[in-house]
Design a binder for this molecule. Structure first.
Ligand code: ADP
Ligand code: MG
Length: 284
């Protein structure tokens, strides 16, 4: 029996694909691979073309955009290999792991540490928005640390393709992965512009500071209702020590009306970023 090769020759001639799984997303696993010439390690994401059926032309225009993206807080697209059946996306390796796992380990972040992280996310998103790219799926699983050191850069991954990939229409049905970070207008299917990213960063900031998400529910339907209501609280028990500056920025990012929501450039100018550093100087 002739066995079909696991990977196409066009990929295998350049990269050694490791069994090491870096993470799992909505398209399956992301693996580590090594450039056979340089020895440099990268991440390999495989997208089955079935996932983009009917939108094949969009893929190319979108990938052209992604190829040009170059920013310290965005995972860089290094190489692309396309076959009839799949697209192999090779990006720089972010070996420090997901912010999600760091948050779980730590419980929550101090204002100083959170402001440092939120600033990096905003800087990456400012670059994307300036290039008319909306991420649409910002959450701690899509934010990766560049390396394992304490001064590691936070980097945004998994962006750009969301327009063409079917996964976004599946938000409403997906059982794995909590859509707790999506803006209400995404659930109502009435909006998908830049403000949706600001909402998600608001939810991320909230979660980093207190260790739990602002919206919840027994099941997905209840979670959706909670997000659609737009009502969240700063519970005394967890938020009494946290500055009003932080709460003000969260409120501005989680403004229900997308037209009134703060923009990424205005968020970067928010006084919390100066404040958070100073409070901790006094405390330490
Ligand atoms: P999906 O669109 O399927 O969610 P992602 O690009 O978010 O795919 O990748 C899924 C997971 O794989 C991430 O949450 C992360 O843990 C891991 N991963 C993705 N890209 C990289 C990378 N460049 N370096 C290290 N790990 C990565
Ligand atoms: Mg992802």
């Amino acid at each position: 029996i002739k066995k079909e090769p696991l990977y196409p020759w066009s990929l295998e001639k350049r990269y050694k694909i490791s069994k090491n799984v870096l993470g799992t997303g909505s398209f399956g696993v992301v693996k580590e691979c090594t450039d056979k010439c340089t020895g440099i390690k990268y991440a390999l994401k495989i997208i089955n073309k079935k996932a983009i059926r009917g939108k094949e032309q969009m893929l190319n225009s979108e990938l052209d955009v992604l190829k040009k993206v170059n920013h310290p807080h965005i995972v860089k697209l290094h190489d692309l290999i396309e076959t009839k059946k799949a697209v192999y996306i090779i990006t720089d390796l972010a070996s420090g792991g997901e912010l999600f796992n760091h948050l779980i380990k730590k419980g929550s972040y101090t204002e100083k540490d959170a402001s440092n992280l939120v600033k990096q996310i905003l800087e990456g998103v400012a670059y994307l928005h300036d290039h008319e790219i909306v991420h649409r799926d910002l959450k701690p699983e899509n934010l990766l640390f560049s390396d394992k050191s304490d001064h590691s850069n936070l980097m945004i991954t998994d962006f750009g393709l969301s327009k063409i990939l079917k996964k976004h229409n599946d938000i409403l049905m997906t059982a794995c992965g909590t859509p707790g970070y999506v803006a209400p207008e995404v659930l109502r299917q009435t909006g998908h512009g830049k403000p949706v990213d600001m909402w998600s960063i608001g939810v991320i900031m909230y979660t980093l500071l207190c260790g739990y998400t602002p919206f919840g529910g027994e099941d997905q339907a209840a979670l959706f209702d909670s997000i659609l209501s737009g009502v969240y609280y700063f519970e005394e028990e967890y938020w009494s020590e946290i500055s009003d500056y932080a709460k003000d920025l969260i409120d501005k990012m989680m403004t229900y009306d997308a037209d009134k929501r703060i923009t990424v450039h205005d968020a970067l100018k928010h006084p919390w970023f100066h404040m958070a550093n100073n409070i901790n100087l006094l405390n330490n």
